[in-house]
Write a protein that binds this ligand. Sequence first.
Ligand SMILES: *Cc1c(COP(=O)(O)O)cnc(C)c1O
Length: 220
Amino acid sequence: MSIKTNLSKIKKKLPSHVTLVAVSKTKPIEDIMRAYLLGQRVFGENKIQEMVEKYQKMPKDIQWQMIGNLQRNKVKYMASFVDLIHGVDSLKLLKEINKQAEKHKRIINCLIQIKIAQEDTKYGMPYEDAKNLISSVEVKKLKNVLIVGLMGMASFTQDKILIKKEFKTLKSNFDNLKKIASNLMILSMGMSGDFTLAIENGSTMIRLGSSIFGARNYTN
Ligand SMILES: *Cc1c(COP(=O)(O)O)cnc(C)c1O
């Protein structure tokens, strides 16, 4: 299936309040250009170095979003241009993003990653920790970052009932935190395998890679 066919199929299913992030990690510039020429402007990458290289080669009206787990010492490489950082899960990281954003006189939008999956993963914060972080004095002092929403990844499973339960949990976390943080607008949940379910359960931003660009090949 071509990128064109894939994109138009997906867009037909997309309600207007849901933003499509085209996840182009591991994919060549030609593929990104194809999607760009079809009107796609929001792209997601999970490695800073790879995103920087693609940013340099591609038109400058693209919104580049970081969806991967971050190493603090690399934040500086993307601070001048990154549009949104999805995987923020500590105050330390938020402080580093703030520091680098300040150097470029920017405010960088961030999503707090909440741990919703049952499976063991070291990424994402438990809800209570996220709540404490968002309402903390330290975060209020950071003038160059703005927490605009939440991000989550469901368990890697075929069990739709479990995935749905995890999405519902994240949506209710989102609704609760909105009461204390009026800037929260984005709920980033849903990937190629589960985005329909995510949208049904309140997602406003889906991150799709393989369903647009085809399966990834990590060996080259
Ligand atoms: C790779 C990745 C995606 C896209 O995955 P697909 O299953 O190819 O749609 C979405 N979110 C994150 C955080 C990813 O790392």
